[in-house]
Design a protein around this ligand. Structure first.
Ligand code: FAD
Length: 574
C-alpha cells in the first residue's frame, strides 16, 4: 500500500501551493493529478490576480479590497475569510515575484496593475493575458525543486473515510487502469471547480467537480452550491473566455444599436457609475436582458476593443486577439466581437474553515470529515459569497493554499497512524468492472453529458424560477437512472479515457443535483443567484449559507449563518 503524510489531490495552483508549504514542514508530501500539472485549468487564467499592495502614493488598502469583495459577494461572503484573503494578498504577490513570476511592470519599473470589475482602485497584477500560465509554471518548478512525489495521470475514484476520519484515497493509474489504495494522514482536495456541469462553459473539459462530489459522498457538506458565476464575455462559437482584463483596459460593451447599454436606465441592471467594470453578475444579467429584448446581435452583444489601439492589444491582450481570430474570425483591432454570458466559476463548494479544514473544529455544528482539507475552487472558505470578483480566485488559491499547507503539515505531525483496509478499493474495482461489462447499447456518456449540461444552462441559468428548478431536478433524477446503464466501448486497460469520462459524469450528476436543489431552496435573489419569482434580496430570511449533506435518497438541505465582522449589509449598486 502506498503511504504519505499529506496527500494533495490536484496540481493546479491551489494544490501546488499547498504542496510547497506542507513540504516546508518537513513532512512527506505527495501530489496526485489526473492530468500533467501544467494542464490544470489554472493554466487558462488570463486576466490577473488581485492585491492591494502598499506602494508609495497608492490610495489603496487591504480594507478597501475587503469592502469591494464583501460588496461583490452581495454580503454573503464570510467577512473573516475576506479579511484574511485581502490582508495576506500583498505578501503573497511579492512571494510569487520572488519565486520567479515575471509580472508586468509600469513605466517606473514598479509592478503594474490593471483595473478589474467591482474594484474601487486598480489592483490586478498580471502577466499579459496569460497570468495563470505564468503562475502555474513557476509553481510547478518549485514543486520539482522540492522533489515532491507526483502521481501524474492518476485519477482519484473515492475518498476513504473510516470512523469519521479521512485516511486516504483510492486512485486509478490511468496508464494501466490498476487501482491503488493510497494511505495518508491528511488528504487535501484541490480538484478545481465544476464548470462543465454546464454547457457551454469557459472551463476546460477536465473541470468536472470530482473532488466536490467525492467529498460530499464521503460526508463533507457542500456550501452555497447555487452560486454559479456567469462571466459576461465568452465567445458565442465555443464558450471560450475573453478576459475581463479587456474591459479593465477600457473595452466597451455595446448592443446592436452601438449603445453602451450599461449606462441606460431602461435596463434594470444598469451600472451608471462603474459601467463595464461593474460586478460580473450585474453585467451578465444586463447583457441577457438586452439579448432577450432583441437588442443583441445573433444571441450576443458586442465587446469593442478597437479604441484600445494595436500596441496595447499586442502587449496585453494577445491571447484574446488570437482566440477571437481563431474561433470567431474577428480581428478585435478592427471589429467588435460578439460575446455572451457563459458559465465560468462556482462560488460554492466543500465547506471549510479559514485554514482549509473540511471539518468543524470550533463547534459550529456543521460536521464534516476530520483529516480532510479542501482549497481552491473546489472549496468554499467563503471569500466570494454570492459573486466572486474577477482576479480574486487566483488569489484564493495561493493565500488559502499556503494556509492549508501549513495547517495540514502541523496536523499530520500529531495525527495517529491507523490501520487501513482495502475494502473501498475492492468496492471501486467491482463498480468499474460492472461498468466495463455492460452490453454496448443504449445511451452514450458523451450524449448524456451534453444533455445534462445544456439542460443546466437553460433551467439553472442566469434567470431561475421554481418551475424551472423543479423541472431540472426531475430531469437529473431521470438522468441518474439512465446513467446506471450507460456502457463504455473501450474495454481495455491502457489509458481508458472512455472509463474516466464515464466516472466523471457520475460525479457531475451529483454536483448538478446539489446545485439545482440549493438554488430551489434559496428563495431570494442575491449575487449570481437570480430568482424571477423572488426578485429581491431578502436579508431577513436569507442572509445565510445553504448547506447540502449527502444522503442515499438525495441531498438534505440546511443553513449556516454568515460571518459579519465590520460591514453591515446595505444596498448594492454599481
Ligand atoms: C478560462 C479561465 C480564466 C480564468 N481567469 C482567471 C483570472 O484571470 N483570475 C482569477 O483570479 N481567476 C481566473 N479564473 C479562475 C481560476 O483560474 C480558477 O478558479 C483556479 O485556477 C482554480 O485553481 P484550482 O487549483 O482550484 O483548480 P485547477 O487549476 O482546476 O486544478 C484542479 C486539479 O485537480 C486535479 N483533479 C481533478 N479531479 C481529479 C481526480 N479525480 N483525480 C486526480 N486529480 C484530479 C486536476 O488534474 C488538476 O490538477 C479563470 C478560470 C477560467 C476557466
Amino acid at each position: 500500500m502506498l503511504e504519505h503524510d499529506v496527500l494533495v489531490v490536484g496540481a493546479g495552483l491551489a494544490g501546488l501551493r499547498v504542496a510547497i508549504e506542507a513540504q516546508k514542514q518537513g513532512v512527506d508530501v505527495a501530489v496526485i493529478t489526473k492530468v500533467h500539472p501544467v494542464r490544470s485549468h489554472s493554466n487558462a487564467a488570463q486576466g490577473g490576480i488581485n492585491a492591494a499592495l502598499e506602494q508609495e502614493g497608492s490610495p489603496d488598502s487591504w480594507e478597501a479590497h475587503a469592502f469591494d469583495t464583501v460588496k461583490g459577494s452581495d454580503y454573503l461572503g464570510d467577512q473573516d475569510a475576506i479579511e484574511i484573503i485581502c490582508r495576506e494578498a500583498g505578501p503573497e504577490i511579492i512571494e510569487l515575484e520572488h519565486m520567479g513570476v515575471v509580472f508586468n511592470r509600469d513605466e517606473t519599473g514598479h509592478l503594474g496593475v490593471r483595473a478589474f470589475g467591482g474594484a474601487t482602485y486598480s489592483r490586478t497584477f498580471f502577466v499579459g493575458d496569460i497570468t495563470g500560465q505564468a503562475l502555474l509554471h513557476v509553481m510547478y518548478e518549485q514543486v520539482l525543486k522540492a522533489n515532491t512525489r507526483i502521481y501524474e495521470e492518476w485519477f482519484v475514484t473515492s475518498l476513504i473515510v473510516e470512523d469519521g476520519v479521512c485516511r486516504g484515497v483510492v486512485a486509478m493509474d490511468l496508464a494501466t487502469r490498476r487501482l491503488h489504495t493510497i494511505k495518508a494522514k491528511a488528504v487535501v482536495l484541490a480538484t478545481g471547480g465544476a464548470g462543465r456541469v454546464f454547457e457551454p462553459s469557459t472551463n476546460a473539459l477536465i473541470v468536472t467537480g470530482d473532488g466536490i462530489s467525492q467529498a460530499y459522498r464521503a460526508g463533507a457538506p457542500l456550501m452555497d452550491m447555487e452560486m454559479v458565476q456567469f462571466h459576461p464575455t465568452t465567445l458565442k462559437q465555443n464558450g471560450a473566455l475573453l478576459t475581463e482584463g479587456a474591459r479593465g483596459e477600457g473595452a466597451y460593451l455595446l448592443n446592436a444599436e452601438g449603445e453602451r447599454f450599461l449606462g441606460n436606465e431602461r435596463n434594470q441592471f444598469y451600472a451608471p457609475s462603474k459601467m463595464e467594470l461593474a460586478a460580473r453578475d450585474v453585467i451578465s444579467r444586463a447583457e441577457q436582458i438586452e439579448i432577450d429584448a432583441g437588442r443583441g446581435v445573433d444571441g450576443c452583444v458586442l465587446l469593442d476593443c478597437r479604441h484600445l489601439g494595436e500596441d496595447l492589444i499586442r502587449e496585453r491582450l494577445w491571447q484574446i486577439w488570437e482566440l477571437a481570430m481563431d474561433f470567431a474570425n474577428v480581428d478585435i483591432m478592427k471589429d467588435p466581437v460578439p460575446i455572451r454570458p457563459g458559465v465560468h466559476y462556482i462560488m460554492g463548494g466543500i465547506k471549510t474553515d479559514v485554514d482549509g479544514r473540511a471539518w468543524d473544529v470550533n463547534g459550529g455544528g456543521w460536521g464534516g470529515v476530520k483529516g480532510l482539507f479542501a482549497v481552491g475552487e473546489c472549496a468554499c472558505i467563503n471569500a466570494h459569497g454570492a459573486n466572486r470578483l474577477g482576479a480574486n480566485s487566483l488569489l484564493e488559491t495561493v493565500v488559502y493554499g499556503r494556509r492549508a499547507g501549513l495547517t495540514a503539515g502541523f496536523y499530520v505531525k500529531e495525527a495517529p497512524t491507523a490501520l487501513l483496509s482495502e475494502a473501498k478499493m475492492a468496492d471501486d474495482e467491482s463498480r468499474i468492472k460492472e461498468i466495463i461489462s455492460r452490453p454496448d447499447n443504449g445511451d452514450r456518456w458523451a450524449a448524456l453529458r451534453l444533455e445534462m449540461g445544456e439542460m443546466m444552462n437553460s433551467q439553472v441559468g442566469i434567470f431561475r424560477t421554481k418551475e424551472n428548478l423543479e423541472g431540472a431536478l426531475e430531469k437529473i433524477q431521470e438522468m441518474k437512472l439512465r446513467y446506471r446503464h450507460v456502457p463504455i466501448q473501450n474495454k481495455g486497460n491502457i489509458f481508458n479515457t472512455d472509463l474516466q469520462f464515464h466516472l466523471e459524469l457520475g460525479l457531475m450528476l451529483d454536483c448538478a443535483e446539489v446545485i439545482a436543489l440549493s438554488a430551489l431552496s434559496r428563495e431570494e435573489s442575491r449575487g449570481a443567484h437570480y430568482r424571477l419569482d423572488f426578485p429581491a434580496r431578502d436579508d431577513e430570511k436569507w442572509l445565510k449559507h445553504t448547506m447540502a449533506y449527502y444522503t442515499p435518497e438525495g441531498p438534505e438541505m440546511d443553513t449556516l449563518p454568515v460571518t459579519i465582522t465590520q460591514w453591515e449589509p446595505t444596498e448594492r449598486k454599481y
